[in-house]
Design a binder for this molecule. Structure first.
Ligand SMILES: [Zn+2]
Length: 235
């Protein structure tokens, strides 16, 4: 797809080029990434909008560099206010938002990964940005998950006519990324519920997860939190 540029190894920041300018979707994790996405977007035309898929600060580093309006879900902005993020979005939407440019751009709020999680869709090119509703090739961050919402979002998105899916983290792909993420989460939830039924402690469950998946140590508390969230939602 020639009008799409995805920057990022750890976290994706993307530029979509339309006839009248560019749209930046997430603004990277650090100064270097922020400068790169700012420069790349500027080279391709005037930057029309920045979109923040959600409130997590590993997606917001370059917000302050852009003078155009920044858009997010209302819930994401609220979370950013509570986290004292300096460069806040200017425009918010509660459920859905459409931008009528040379191509229609459709944004929808779901929550699931985090309270503010939203997606950006370019129907004409079948281009879908999922934010952190999809992690490709790594364990997703589930420390604030609402699993019912997350699974409902992925199920709905699987029905959309997307040919390119850009996840929040990891390489872009096709619609299979949506299905894979949904199935991964379903299996994870099932495992946690089974282990609970077998009487495993959270520490024992953590060991079970680490036998199956690579997870950096600083994310172990996130896994413990995800067990709590699953038990709260499913018991
Ligand atoms: Zn996130």
């Amino acid at each position: 797809m020639k009008n799409l540029l995805v920057l990022g190894e750890r976290v994706n920041a993307s530029v979509v080029t339309l006839e009248e300018g560019t749209i930046v979707i997430d603004t990277s994790v650090d100064e270097e990434g922020a400068d790169a996405v700012h420069a790349a977007a500027g080279e391709r035309g005037s930057v029309l909008y920045v979109v923040n898929t959600h409130e997590h600060d590993d997606h917001l580093a370059g917000n302050r560099l852009f003078t155009c309006p920044a858009i997010s879900s209302a819930a994401a902005r609220q979370q950013m206010v509570e986290a004292s993020v300096a460069a806040l979005p200017d425009l918010v939407f509660s459920h859905e938002l459409e931008l009528f440019l040379s191509q229609r751009v459709f944004l929808k709020h779901y929550g699931g990964h985090s309270p503010g999680s939203a997606v950006v869709f370019f129907p004409q090119g079948g281009l879908l940005f999922t934010g952190d509703l999809v992690f490709n090739g790594r364990v997703p961050y589930m420390g604030e998950a609402d699993f019912h919402r997350w699974l409902a979002a992925l199920t709905e998105l699987e029905g959309w006519d997307a040919s390119t899916v850009v996840p929040g983290h990891g390489p872009k792909g096709g619609k299979e990324l949506l299905t894979r993420q949904r199935q991964w989460l379903e299996q994870y939830i099932e495992d946690v519920l089974n282990w609970t039924a077998q009487g495993l402690s959270f520490q024992e469950m953590l060991q079970q997860v680490l036998m199956r998946h690579q997870v950096v140590e600083r994310w172990h508390p996130m896994l413990l939190r995800s067990f709590e969230l699953i038990l709260k939602e499913y018991n």
